[in-house]
Design a protein around this ligand. Structure first.
Ligand code: DGL
Length: 259
């Protein structure tokens, strides 16, 4: 069982930012990544639709024999992970915006969060936010349009820069010193965000924490791959394979799959 792959899914290519963290921490693991780009973005969809899409992705990964599934999507985690954990036996790792460390470390008492509508309106996000950030100012911003641009290969485009300037302005005006990236597509925006934000603003995401949690849960279930044969890392998308390939620096094959 330990040689079976870790399954990872996202609404699209963004979860590859999480795959990179997992692969760095756990290079002996076989992995299988599924990008549901044909249905991206999940952010504006309702909870039931997000649950149904998450079930479809999970079933595909289970049929491939995955030993654990990482829901590398904040929107799918905050809307569907409770359902998945209730209905399937294998362990699930999710990702949520890192609002807690930002709230604990802010000196200006103001933090910004950029995430999808689906994440920011979820019950899980409001619970975490009210638990850890009720005493500070939290400037929330839906990242409408960002996922679409990344999925269509327009990551470093003028359109993207204009959108980001628009979305970050209220945060800069509120004197934030932390920006929380609440969507797994957004770490790819890092160079643009650094350019636009004042120097004192720190940008945080949950990628590393997810990789650490994946390791902990594999250890707990005795599922760590301890064999030293060459590992297999497979990438599938029902969108354009070239977009994902470029985010993986052309180092891996990406296969089109109609799922
Ligand atoms: N990567 C997904 C997330 O973390 C993008 C959501 C979307 O498809 O709108 O939320």
């Amino acid at each position: 069982m330990s040689k079976q792959p870790i399954g990872i899914f996202d609404s699209g290519v963004g979860g590859t930012s999480i795959w990179k963290e997992i692969h760095t921490l756990l290079p002996n693991e076989n992995t299988l990544y599924l990008a549901d780009s044909a249905n991206a973005p999940y952010g504006p969809k309702g909870k039931d639709t997000i649950i149904n899409l998450s079930i479809k992705n999970t079933e595909y990964l289970l049929n491939k024999g995955c030993k654990l599934i990482v829901v590398a999507c904040n929107t799918a985690t905050t809307n569907a992970i409770d359902y998945l954990r209730e209905h399937y036996k294998i362990p699930f790792i999710g990702i949520e915006p890192a609002i807690k460390p930002a709230a604990l470390q802010t000196k200006t008492n103001a933090v910004g969060i950029l995430a999808t509508k689906g994440t920011l309106s979820s019950a899980l996000f409001s619970k975490t936010s009210s638990l850890f950030a009720s005493n500070i100012k939290v400037v929330e911003q839906h990242g409408d349009g960002i996922v679409e641009l990344i999925e269509s290969g327009k990551l470093y485009s003028d359109e993207m820069i204009s959108l980001l300037k628009l979305y970050l302005k209220p945060m800069i005006d509120a004197n934030i010193d932390y920006l929380v990236l609440g969507c797994t597509h957004y770490p790819y925006l890092m160079p643009l965000l650094i350019d636009i934000l004042p120097n004192n603003v720190k940008i945080i995401d949950s990628g590393e924490a997810v990789a650490r949690q994946t390791k902990t849960i594999l250890e707990k279930h005795n599922l760590l791959n301890t064999s030293f044969i060459k590992t297999k890392n497979e990438f599938f998308t029902n969108g354009n394979p070239d977009v994902m390939k470029s985010l993986l620096d052309d180092k891996f094959d990406v296969e089109y799959l109609d799922f």
